[in-house]
Design a protein around this ligand. Structure first.
Ligand code: ADP
Ligand code: ASP
Ligand code: MG
Length: 401
């Protein structure tokens, strides 16, 4: 079998952990598998590099930032190679560029456009274990790019897709995908399986266990994923198209604090207003999430929406610049909000799921600011200070009651 294994930062944080992971790799190699191993930067390396940059320049160019951040993963693959060499295994470490990972030029959030896999193939043909630095590639100017925080998962899935691997295993510091963050929610349960669609929603709604783009790519190319622990050798969670599990109503609860709410108040209540407000935002490439429009009263209405917290200042700026043409009276911003969501394919065919969620919030005395729903998720916007309590209460209601 050809297996892609990816180990996250905490799994390779120090020499002892690198040795432990080397043991997992050695066992799989001795079973006769071809192995591609993708690694993240050790422990907090990426955060430390970001801090170092900030000491010198508050707004460094994104190109240079990527040159810097990509070094963390490069160090990891070199160190892991040394640990594997030491136990007598044939191994080669490759940077994203050497591995043929080509991306667009969106530094810091680059998308993989293609993988030229010849080098990896020829190394595998020589029965070498191929270690690839995660989270990075090169663009058409031959410059280093990075894929965004948590992007090593996406490197792993891209390689699994390009080389038609039999499975892509994501090793991390928990035993799989749980019904809520197992580090925060007591009683969170490990899922045996989850569909791509549900996993994509959970990852996009704040469960950082998988990079959401890795799930998107796995779905598109039919790459079967397993999320498992690098500390305990047990089966993890399988992510695939269709699960055999009985349809439980919801598969998880997630929290996302990277959100801000903006209210545009006193807009004229007439056709074309929403279009003009959101055109201003989309022209500035600001992605809007939940939208709520009030019922018009006395010829005016309010529109509220959420954006990523990092986009809040820019959104306010572009809207304020258009105040007279859009004709609103006031802008209000809150950065102390959080989005709490439930996800589950089973909710399509079950009634009362929203009611149960809202009852849990009522029991916990959490006020809901906004609501948004789709076929497989319900999200509410709450005050950030209430978010953990909200997640715990919802989780309890669905999984313990
Ligand atoms: P890695 O460094 O291995 O990439 P991450 O920190 O990116 O690891 O992701 C693993 C973390 O995701 C876990 O430690 C856990 O706290 C968090 N997490 C959040 N939601 C979930 C969930 N539903 N299931 C499992 N882990 C979750
Ligand atoms: N080292 C990068 C980060 O911390 C990429 C990754 O770990 O996946 O975001
Ligand atoms: Mg991660």
């Amino acid at each position: 079998m050809l297996i892609v294994k990816k180990f996250g930062g905490s799994s390779v944080a120090d020499a002892e952990r690198i040795r432990r992971v080397a043991g997992i790799i050695a066992d799989a190699y001795s079973e006769g598998h071809d192995l591609i191993v993708v690694l993240s930067a050790q422990g907090d390396t990426t955060d430390d590099l970001i801090e170092k940059a900030a000491e010198l320049n508050a707004s460094p160019s994104r190109r240079e930032m990527d040159v810097l951040l990509s070094t963390g993963e490069q160090a990891s693959v070199a160190l892991m190679s040394m640990a594997l060499e030491k136990i007598g295994l044939p191994v080669v470490s490759l940077t994203g560029r050497q591995a043929g990972i080509h991306t667009n030029s969106d530094y810091g959030a680059a998308r993989i456009e293609r993988v030229d896999a010849e080098r990896i193939r020829s190394e595998l043909d020589r029965r070498r274990i191929v270690l690839v630095a995660g989270f990075q590639g090169i663009n058409r100017f031959d410059d280093i790019t990075t894929l965004g925080r948590g992007g090593s998962d996406t490197t792993a899935v891209a390689l699994a897709a390009a080389l038609h691997a039999d499975i892509c295993q994501i090793y991390t510091d928990v035993e799989g995908v749980y019904t809520a963050d197992p580090r925060k929610i007591e009683g969170a349960r490990k899922l045996e399986e989850i569909t791509y669609d549900e996993m994509l929603e959970l990852a996009s709604l704040g469960a950082q266990v998988l990079h959401n783009r890795s799930v998107q790519m796995a779905k598109r190319y039919g790459v079967e994923l397993e999320v498992c622990s690098s500390f305990v050798r047990k089966p993890g969670t399988i992510v695939k198209e269709v699960t055999k599990m009985e349809k439980i109503k919801i598969s998880g609860v997630a929290k996302d604090t990277n959100t801000a709410r903006i209210a545009v108040m006193g807009l004229r209540d007439e056709p074309g207003i929403a279009f003009r407000v959101f055109r201003v935002l989309s022209n500035s490439k600001i992605i809007v999430d939940i939208i709520l429009q009030s019922i018009g009263r006395g010829g005016t209405k309010d529109i509220s929406f959420t954006v990523a917290r990092s986009d809040a200042d820019a959104a306010v700026k572009v809207l304020a610049a258009q105040q007279s043409s859009l004709g609103f009276s006031e802008l209000d911003v809150s950065e102390t909000v959080a989005k709490v969501s439930i996800v589950g394919a089973g909710m399509m065919s079950a009634s009362g799921v929203a009611t149960t969620m809202f009852e849990a919030l009522y029991d916990a005395k959490v006020n809901i600011n906004m609501i948004s729903t789709s076929e497989i998720k319900i999200s509410v916007l709450v005050d950030e200070a209430d978010a953990d309590r909200a997640v715990a209460a919802i989780h309890r209601k669905f999984f313990d009651d």
